[in-house]
Design a protein around this ligand. Structure first.
Ligand SMILES: [Fe+2]
Length: 215
């Protein structure tokens, strides 16, 4: 090994959030991700959903400022589920207590439901549509992803209902990409060729145009 070899980290370990809504934030992550507190006092909450001592650290900082809507930086953190059964059961559990996603889409590689925590930080709850990277790459070579790398939106209720008629995740994904589960009032967007200069603005404009998105 040469002396300047880069030793890579093993994985992303945790996120650290400053908040002035300490109680609401720690309650949200316990509810949504099923986190348990490894350590908590009036200053910090160390939360984890697995064997790590913390995955989400929340700091009680009453002097912190609200996020600006167009602030640069981190948009969301993605959390991986084993498959559609787990994501859909989580969606229903949260829906039944009034926690709803603000965006559900088939990105190609993943089926993703997006939520916001009480401070406005994004969470992407997702599962992989393909069994491995090679299979995903094979599909990407077909051109569908290049034509639409943002996603085809889905109505979660219709998606779940159809999944439970006996489809597997790949069949569901192909139907999602065809637009079979588009939310009420939405139509397939014109292809973004080759890639929109402002993908987020592009996405928001499509959603506004069909009256299906936030202002
Ligand atoms: Fe993401």
């Amino acid at each position: 090994m040469s002396s300047n070899s880069v030793i890579r980290p093993g994985y992303i370990h945790h996120i650290f959030l400053r908040t002035k809504r300490f109680d609401a934030m720690r309650a949200f992550y316990k509810l949504v991700l099923g986190c348990e507190a490894f350590f908590e006092n009036e200053m910090f909450s160390w939360l984890s959903f697995d064997r790590e001592h913390h995955r989400i650290a929340i700091a009680n900082m009453p002097q912190s400022q609200d996020q600006a809507p167009t602030q640069e930086g981190l948009d969301h953190v993605g959390y991986q589920y084993a498959g559609p059964e787990d994501l859909f059961a989580t969606y229903e559990r949260l829906r039944d207590v009034g926690v709803e996603p603000y965006w559900c889409t088939d990105h190609g590689g993943t089926t993703s439901f997006y939520y916001k925590d009480p401070d406005g930080n994004g969470l992407e709850l997702q599962y992989d549509n393909y069994p491995n990277r090679e299979a995903l790459l094979e599909w990407m070579k077909g051109g569908d992803f290049a034509r639409n790398p943002i996603g085809v939106d889905v109505d979660p209720e219709r998606l779940i209902e159809t999944f439970r008629t006996g489809l597997d995740r790949l069949e569901l994904h192909h139907r999602s990409r065809r637009g079979d589960f588009l939310p009420e009032g939405m139509s397939m967007a014109a292809p973004a060729a080759p890639f929109p200069a402002d993908p987020v603005g592009y996405m928001i404009s499509i959603r506004r145009a069909v009256g299906a998105g936030p202002e």
